[in-house]
Design a protein around this ligand. Structure first.
Ligand code: PL4
Length: 447
């Protein structure tokens, strides 16, 4: 039986070959022999992940409930998924994108990986609404804030210490676990991650870490708590980052839901943030693009790290995106341009108001039966305390079984979310009203 592939056989038995090719061949041969019988290995960091990804888990449990209870319909207030149709202007933009592909004069194939110039300019211009100056070369168009929030860690060093809000959108933690920046999970906490507690005591916005950290994930308006950081709160983090040469990853996917004009919609409204913060945003919740897919990141040229000068981090992200990403769909980018037009903004504001009316219905309905609620004022999520001392997952089951309403257990966002539950305001108004009425009629709150 021939157990050696041809090349190995040559190296093993033709003394002459080894002799002439010298040390390199000997090292190669040694490695081959040592490696015989070994196989490719998986990224074992995946095994550290404590549970399945939160949202498919909710979908799985809902499906199991429906197959066990045929004929029952459930009201989905779990995953933050948009339900209302795209606006007229947005649709026209998308249609125009399709039409352009129909003629040889306007057809385009691959575009720039960083996004079309017109869209990058329009996104940069949007920041002038916040009195912030962003150069189009600092804008990177993507297929959403989730991929960006997962991928951005890859341009930072392997030993970077991560700080996250607890609770938080699970992508920030999970992607760093997969990247190998953490130890094992113990009691819901990964070793090596700094958890910044967000609780009733601090109005769900953390204090700056006591120890030195490198990458700080902040989300405002917050998923899941619905809290929105004030200028003063963000300033403390910007000052911390500048002092400690840390970088803030600021996820502002829900910025358009802020109606209070005193609250910041971009971290760059804070002086110094362009030297220490990357901002992520999305068309998902501001224009109903959850299925269409379009987002962006801002990596300022002034951003510096301990070992890099101005421009380097922007260049790294550019390198990362040009290597791994082939650009957002050209049709969708035309849709995005339409969203950012004056008409597009006005129309989408009405859709946002519609969802925020839902948020009001949920919050007021729950409060009327004695449930303590947070958020839902400048954010589309209502963060409620689970009644009757139930854990988050116990309450998930109770709400599903007794009221046929699906929500999201707070503990799915981190240990700090235990004892809380998130209800999403994304849904048809009638469905939201029905869900709230079912909760009011069927849920017995003992406290
Ligand atoms: C379910 C803070 C939702 N399968 O649509 P994207 O990629 O531009 O934005 C995703 C995103 C980014 N940042 C924050 C978010 O809350 C979200 C969306 N979160 C939710 O219910 O928490 C949808 C979740 C989706 C997912 O995994 O993102």
């Amino acid at each position: 039986m021939n157990i050696f592939p041809k090349q190995i056989k040559t190296n093993l038995f033709r003394k002459k070959t080894i002799h002439f090719k010298g040390v390199f061949n000997l090292v190669f041969l040694y490695k081959l022999l040592m490696g015989l019988g070994k196989m490719v290995k998986i990224n074992s960091n995946y095994d550290k992940l404590a549970a399945g990804y939160l949202f498919p888990e909710i979908a799985k449990r809902t499906k199991a409930f429906l197959s066990a209870n045929p004929g029952v319909s459930v009201m989905k207030l779990g995953i933050g998924n948009t339900t209302e149709p795209l606006t007229k202007t947005t649709l026209n933009g998308l249609r125009m994108g399709v039409e352009k592909l129909a003629s040889v004069e306007t057809y385009t194939g691959y575009g720039d990986e960083q996004g079309n110039t017109a869209l990058r300019e329009a996104i940069a211009k949007k920041y002038s609404d916040y009195n912030v100056e962003i150069d189009p070369s600092e804008v990177f168009v993507s297929d959403g804030a989730k991929p960006d929030s997962g991928n951005i860690q890859s341009i930072f060093s392997q030993d970077a210490i991560i700080a996250v809000q607890d609770p938080a959108y699970p992508v920030y933690v999970d992607t760093n676990v997969i990247a190998g920046r953490t130890g094992e999970n113990e009691n819901g906490l990964y070793k090596g991650i700094v958890y910044m507690s967000c609780s009733e005591e601090n109005n769900f916005f953390p204090t700056v870490p006591r120890a030195r950290v490198d990458l700080i994930y902040l989300c405002s308006p917050n998923n899941p708590t619905g809290a929105v950081a004030t200028h003063e709160q963000l300033k403390k983090f910007v000052d911390y980052a500048l002092e400690n040469k840390a970088v803030i990853i600021f996820d502002s996917a829900y910025a358009e839901y802020i109606s209070d004009p005193t609250l910041p919609r971009s971290i760059y409204e804070i002086k110094g943030a362009k030297e220490c913060a990357i901002e992520l945003n999305s068309f998902s919740k501001s224009a109903g693009f959850t299925g269409v897919r379009l987002g962006w990141s801002i990596v300022p040229k002034n951003l510096v790290t301990e070992d890099s000068v101005a421009g380097k981090v922007n260049a790294l992200w550019n390198r990362r995106q040009t290597t791994f990403f082939n650009g957002a769909s050209n049709i969708v980018q035309d849709g995005g341009l339409a969203v950012l037009s004056i008409e597009g903004q006005e129309e989408n504001k009405k859709v946002i108001d519609y969802y925020m009316e839902n948020a009001k219905i949920i919050r007021e309905g729950l409060e009327s039966i004695g449930i303590k609620c947070f958020g839902g004022v400048n954010a589309p999520y209502i963060w409620m305390k689970t009644p009757n001392g139930l854990t988050s997952w116990e309450f998930f089951d109770k709400l599903l079984n007794e009221c046929h309403v699906v929500g999201t257990p707070g503990s799915g966002f981190g240990p700090g979310g235990e004892g809380y539950f998130r209800l999403s305001a994304f849904g048809h108004k009638e469905n939201i009203e029905k869900a709230v009425s079912e909760i009011k009629n069927k849920l017995k709150v003992e406290e």
